[in-house]
Design a protein around this ligand. Structure first.
Ligand code: 13P
Ligand code: SF4
Length: 401
């Protein structure tokens, strides 16, 4: 992604009170009517969710974006890679706007195209007799999505990762792949989602290698790379990395009946100790379906956990750890920025448009459309509870960040 910076918005918007901002945002929304759709990711602050026409996880919001026919503007309450995907999935005539261009994602920034091309060439040299299928998590730049689309792979989200990996292990859409040839998945950029999902599919940890883009052969020797079924890019989410296995132990010590549910961007040791793991939409569904009195410790971004606690006073809901598990970039989307972009639209000015160039768009569309055609149930374990293993086993596995 070309780095973009957010210039300070006019001071006036910073000086308005929350009630004033809400009145002006609603007025702008009313004026724009059906020309506008506002999408809000589950991690957004409540004030933004209040104005969203659609809320959801990354998969659901991509689906919603693809459905927007006839609207002129999609305002994305989320981060940059989500707005890029929305631009790719909507008609050319739809203008996608990110209220604060500084709302990026540190995980998405952990893989760039030059590193990807380099890794691809090294893998081709090391494994000329194998089919390598590239799969990228939604949380990546449009350039990586396009690379994946052009090389027979697909995008996945945490909702359908397992189904996309099953598709990839059958050869994906790699031209010339023949049944019987060994298939290897190159998974960008979240090693944890890749590892957690592959492990739940039955692949032991020694079938996976981590690819550090700063080192030759990703820091591996050639036999290890050749042998592996999964090459996991060395990236992670700095928010979910804050959850640690001892937080699960502490939650269980405090309440033996607690159910621990975590996002699969959490480390493997945390996911193994949890009762279950899944995308944000999966977490929401599990809480909604639980009987009154259920006690939860939830390992994901704090805004979603707090919202679930407010919506379900009949349940005991807490965040898995008291760490500051807040996505600071998502948090940049606030009422002043929303008000500023909407009032500009009312005046006929498009600010903060996110636009993907034609070549990138072409191949990223292929990868995203493959993703939309492959549904999952939101859990890397396919909805089954994940078996709980001891900390000693996790330590023996020697999983690294
Ligand atoms: P999902 O929306 O797929 O659950 O992903 C969570 C996330 O980290 C988004 O950035
Ligand atoms: Fe990126 Fe993690 Fe924030 Fe999601 S929660 S946008 S993966 S930093």
């Amino acid at each position: 992604m070309t780095k973009v910076w957010q210039l300070p918005i006019p001071r006036e918007y910073r000086q308005l009170s929350e009630p004033e901002l809400r009145v002006r945002i609603q007025a702008a929304k009313d004026a724009l009517g059906s020309r506008l759709a506002i999408l809000g990711h589950h991690y957004q602050q409540d004030a933004i969710i209040d104005f969203a026409d659609f809320t959801g996880d990354s998969f659901e919001l991509s689906r919603r974006a693809a459905e927007q026919r006839g609207v002129e503007y999609v305002v994305f309450g989320g981060v940059h890679f989500m707005a890029e995907s929305a631009d790719i999935l909507t008609d050319e005539s739809v203008r996608v706007i990110l209220p604060d261009l500084g709302a990026g994602c540190s995980m998405a920034d952990m893989a760039n195209l030059d590193q990807t091309l380099d890794a691809w060439a090294q893998l081709a040299d090391a494994c000329p007799d194998q089919t390598v299928v590239p799969v990228t998590y939604m949380n990546s730049s449009a350039a990586i999505k396009a690379f994946v689309g052009e090389h027979g792979g697909a995008v996945c989200t945490s909702s359908n990762c397992r189904s996309v990996l099953e598709w990839a292990l059958a050869g994906g859409a790699v031209p010339g792949h023949e049944p019987g040839r060994k298939v290897k998945v190159l998974f960008f950029p979240d090693q944890h989602l890749g590892r957690n999902t592959a492990y739940d599919m039955g692949f032991p940890l020694d079938r996976m290698v981590v690819w550090d883009p700063k080192r030759d052969l990703g820091g591996n020797d050639e036999p290890a790379v050749r042998d592996a079924d999964f090459v996991l890019w060395k990236g992670h989410c700095s928010v979910h990395a804050l959850f640690r296995p001892e937080h699960v132990d502490e939650a269980r010590a405090a309440d033996p009946d607690v159910k621990v549910i975590v996002h699969p961007e959490c480390r493997w040791e945390v996911v193994r100790k949890a009762d279950t793991a899944g995308s944000t939409a999966y977490i929401v569904k599990q809480v909604e379906a639980a009987p009154p009195g259920t006690s939860w410790a939830i390992g994901t971004e704090v805004h979603l956990v707090n919202r679930l606690r407010q919506q379900h006073p009949e349940q005991k809901i807490r965040v898995l750890s008291e760490c500051q598990c807040l996505c600071t970039t998502m948090f940049r989307i606030d009422l002043p920025h929303l008000c500023w972009v909407l009032e500009n639209l009312v005046d006929g000015t498009v600010v903060n448009e996110v636009k993907v160039d034609a070549h990138t768009r072409r191949w990223a569309t292929v990868a995203l459309e493959r993703m939309l055609s492959i549904k999952g149930d939101g859990s890397p374990a396919g909805g089954r509870p994940t078996p709980i293993v001891s900390q000693a086993e996790a330590a023996r596995a020697g999983v690294v960040d």
